[in-house]
Design a protein around this ligand. Structure first.
Ligand code: FMN
Length: 195
C-alpha cells in the first residue's frame, strides 16, 4: 500500500498526474453514468474539470439528457480508464450543483468559441441538420460581437460527492489489485476486493 492509502484524493491526484504525462490526450476524460428514477441507466464521456475533497466536477448543458436525469435522480457514477497506465478509478455518489460563482469562473476560462458553442447547442435535442447548428453559432457570434459572453442559465456544473472510490490496477494473470475507499463520517474505510 502506498503513502496515500488513507487519502483517496491524494492517490487520485497522483494517478491523474501520471495519466497526464502518459495519455496522448484528455487524461481527464471520464465515463459518467446516470439513470432515470425508474432505473434506466445511460452513460457518456465528460471531462473532469475539478477535484478536491468535496468531489469531482464536470460541466454540461442542464437541459441535456444527463442534465434531466440528474435533476430527477441526483446520483451518478464515474469511471476513468487510463490505457497507458492500465489503471481505472471508479467513483459513486450523490450529485450536487456547483455554485453559480464556480460555474461562472470556469465558463469564463473557456475559449470564446466554446462559450458561443454553449449558447448555440441545444444539447441532446434533435438537430434538423448541421446548418441549423452553424446558423445558431453565427447568430450568437453576431449577438455577442466582441463583448462579454455571459454564462447561459442552462449551462453549469455538477459535483459528484463520493461515497465510494475504487482504485484498480492491472496485475499479471488478471489478478488485479483493487482498493476501495468507503466514506464513513469524516474519514474513509479502506478495503481490498478480489479481482
Ligand atoms: C472525450 C469526451 C469528452 C466530453 N466532455 C464533455 C463534457 O465535459 N461535457 C459535456 O456536456 N459533454 C461532453 N462530451 C460529449 C458527451 O459525451 C455527450 O455526447 C453529450 O454530453 C450529450 O450527452 P447526453 O445526451 O447523455 O446528455 C464529451 C465527449 C467526449 C468523447
Amino acid at each position: 500500500m502506498d503513502s496515500s492509502a488513507a487519502h483517496p484524493f491524494a492517490r487520485f491526484e497522483e494517478w491523474m498526474a501520471e495519466a497526464a504525462k502518459s495519455e496522448p490526450n484528455d487524461p481527464n476524460a471520464v465515463c459518467l453514468a446516470t439513470s432515470t428514477p425508474d432505473g434506466r441507466p445511460s452513460a457518456r464521456m465528460v471531462l473532469l474539470k475539478g477535484v478536491d475533497p468535496r468531489g469531482f466536477v464536470f460541466y454540461t448543458n442542464l437541459e441535456s439528457r444527463k442534465g434531466g436525469e440528474l435533476a430527477a435522480n441526483p446520483e451518478a457514477a464515474l469511471c476513468f480508464h487510463w490505457k497507458t497506465l492500465q489503471r481505472s478509478v471508479r467513483v459513486e455518489g450523490p450529485v450536487e450543483a456547483v455554485s453559480a460563482e464556480e460555474a461562472d469562473a470556469y465558463y469564463a476560462s473557456r475559449a470564446r468559441g466554446s462559450r458561443i458553442g454553449a449558447w448555440a447547442s441545444r444539447q441532446s435535442r434533435p438537430l434538423e441538420g448541421r446548418f441549423a447548428l452553424e446558423k445558431a453559432v453565427a447568430e450568437y457570434t453576431l449577438k455577442f460581437g466582441i463583448g462579454e459572453i455571459p454564462r447561459p442559465e442552462f449551462w453549469s456544473g455538477f459535483r459528484v460527492l463520493p461515497r465510494r472510490i475504487e482504485f484498480w490496477r492491472d496485475m499479471p494473470f488478471r489478478l488485479h489489485d483493487r482498493q476501495v475507499f468507503h466514506s464513513e463520517g469524516e474519514g474513509w474505510r479502506v478495503e481490498a476486493l478480489y479481482p
